[in-house]
Design a binder for this molecule. Structure first.
Ligand code: ADP
Ligand code: ADP
Length: 227
């Protein structure tokens, strides 16, 4: 469903992605690891259209993201993203944060959007906080809200950029539990993370990046037998 063919990404003179060739299938859970600055975040940001690729082809379902005619909103509807720092709207309640995009972009009615938001909040075990504001919640709780928001557009794939790196240790497990549940339900997920337990337990594949290149792309089991 997502394919990189000879993809190159430059930031000015800086070569951030070097000849990336990757294929992500529906229902796969892929963990991306590698040192800081190796291009992991850039790869995710290219998939959801936050960054443009410089050369090559990147297709998401039938859309070629490099094609200028491709409607970027179409891609963002297909691709949900969860960031390290949650990026919730501070002046909106939990429920409003989740309802915003479905009402604005998908033109759902408020009633529809609210019903769906409540269902998603229940899934991430946060329904009792639906009228709270983000600042009243722990990091782990905010991240679970961000996951619910990522799911609200009913995307084909959910991208995670170091979703637990900014969290207190005691709230990390709650977030990982939600991610494990989604994986079990068949969600396609690409996860940049240092959580080796999650990778070992949940990932189908592990991709190792360094210096803008993919150095390893293997089934998770093979990766851990022979790292
Ligand atoms: P990772 O996620 O593996 O830490 P990134 O994809 O964030 O790596 O960054 C890869 C490299 O690209 C880093 O050296 C970073 O400084 C650089 N970089 C990222 N975003 C930009 C940008 N907007 N402009 C210039 N350089 C950038
Ligand atoms: P995070 O760690 O939360 O992913 P970063 O600090 O890596 O955030 O990046 C924050 C923003 O700064 C991103 O939009 C990224 O593209 C940009 N950025 C990262 N590195 C550079 C750089 N060397 N030059 C310019 N912008 C950069």
């Amino acid at each position: 469903m997502i394919e990189f063919k000879n993809v190159e990404k430059y930031y000015g003179d800086f070569h951030a992605l070097k000849n990336i060739n990757l294929h992500f299938k529906k229902g796969e859970v892929v963990v991306v690891i590698g040192p800081s600055g190796s291009g992991k975040s850039t790869m995710l940001r290219c998939i959801n259209g936050l960054e443009e690729i410089t050369k090559g082809d990147l297709t998401i379902n039938e859309y070629n993201i490099h094609d200028k005619k491709t409607n970027i909103n179409k891609i963002r509807k297909n691709v949900g993203m969860v960031f390290q720092h949650f990026n919730l709207y501070p002046h909106k309640t939990v429920l409003e944060n989740i309802m915003l995009a479905p009402v604005k972009v998908l033109k759902q009615t408020k009633e529809e959007a609210q019903k769906n938001a409540e269902k998603l909040l229940d899934k991430v075990n946060m329904l009792d906080k639906k009228d709270s504001y983000p600042s009243q919640l722990s990091g782990g709780q905010q991240q679970r809200i961000a996951i619910a928001r990522g799911l609200a557009m009913d995307p084909n794939v959910l991208l995670f950029d170091e979703p637990t790196s900014a969290l207190d240790p005691e709230t990390i497990e709650d977030v990982l539990d939600v991610m494990k549940k989604l994986a079990k339900e068949g969600m396609t997920m690409i996860v940049v993370t240092h959580e080796m337990g999650f990778a070992r337990e949940v990932a189908d594949r592990v991709i190792f990046m360094a210096d803008g290149q993919v150095l390893e792309d293997r089934e998770a089991a093979a990766f851990y037998e022979n790292p």
